[in-house]
Design a protein around this ligand. Sequence first.
Ligand SMILES: NC(=O)c1ccc[n+]([C@@H]2O[C@H](COP(=O)([O-])OP(=O)(O)OC[C@H]3O[C@@H](n4cnc5c(N)ncnc54)[C@H](O)[C@@H]3O)[C@@H](O)[C@H]2O)c1
Length: 366
Amino acid sequence: MTHSADHLHVTTPGGSYEVVVAHGALDHLPERLRHAGIRGAAWIISDDQVFPRYAPALIERLRAAGYTAHGYAVPAGETSKDLSVVARLYDWLIGNSVERRDVVLALGGGVVGDLAGFVAATVLRGIALVHLPTTLLAMVDSAIGGKTGVNHPLGKNLIGAFHQPRLTLADTATLATLPPRELRAGWAEVIKHAVIRDADLFVHLEAIADPSALRGEALAAVIRRAARVKIDIVNSDERETGERMLLNYGHTLGHAIEAACGYGDLLHGEAVAIGMHLEALIAHRLGMVEAGFVERQQRLLRAYGLPTDLPPGMPVDDLIERTLRDKKVRAGRVRWALPQRIGAATVRDDVPETVVRAVLEKATEG
Ligand SMILES: NC(=O)c1ccc[n+]([C@@H]2O[C@H](COP(=O)([O-])OP(=O)(O)OC[C@H]3O[C@@H](n4cnc5c(N)ncnc54)[C@H](O)[C@@H]3O)[C@@H](O)[C@H]2O)c1
């Protein structure tokens, strides 16, 4: 891989900012904030797994640099993406006299990023946000692009706002404490980015003998490269009209599988890995890719510890029904992001249900 600079840039109508991915990046947080023009108080929002590990040192570092710094830990897990938690965070911020010039620092995975991002987007009609992602998924995906939000009892991510951060600072050293299963789930998004847009990254990933042993700059370089795919797509399509749909590869069936299993059994990334395999099979049936493509992608997913088989007992009708309820359905047609070759994908809204059904029925035969 030739890309070595640790600076990436997002430029959208909603805001421009740097994405820094580096080992030890949090050591330089105060300087980075200053560089981003942020002078106000820092309000760290994190969860109860991440906060004790990383927030105390950050608060100390910020204060030593002259910043006022406060911290709040929500319970870890998806259930914190809820309006009741948003309300508690408003109480905390407003009760402690948050000001327009202040900044919310979202320290954690995608849950914290989405929740704290939504709070930053709405409190005082919007204050600055800085993402400090600590999961692989957040580093390559959720901390880039400006989507924030919480869940509604009727569905995930139904309440939210676009709010671009002023800076995303990913310290890959934090991944050392991430539970291994969470790390593996994050690799699914990295592999997805390689498949849809970056053939060199795919080849690089194939050459890594033991992904769990990657550390330091070697790990940061891979993550930077995968983040760049999301950045390139966001730069060309902030609001998910065209190209951003490609990021949905593996997610149409992935979301359906996740929901059918009941959230919690499979991690999101694991469901996406299965979804990518099944959607590759759909692309193959449509004549878009060779059988060799499907096998090569499956080999890579497995090498990164990810599942590609449907869990037993998945009801095909239920999965199909759920794909039709997907947010990305337009005028009754499911829009599928499907691969064309390693490094390229396209959106298709003309996939016959019979093809989807045939792939799912074969997959459930075992
Ligand atoms: N906004 C977007 O564009 C976007 C994109 C993709 C996903 N998401 C959202 O992201 C969420 C999933 O994010 P996630 O997979 O990062 O899950 P997560 O935030 O729940 O983190 C996973 C678990 O790891 C723990 N953890 C995080 N970092 C750690 C660290 N460094 N050390 C030890 N433990 C750590 C957390 O406490 C949590 O228990 C979902 O809610 C999804 O909707 C948003």
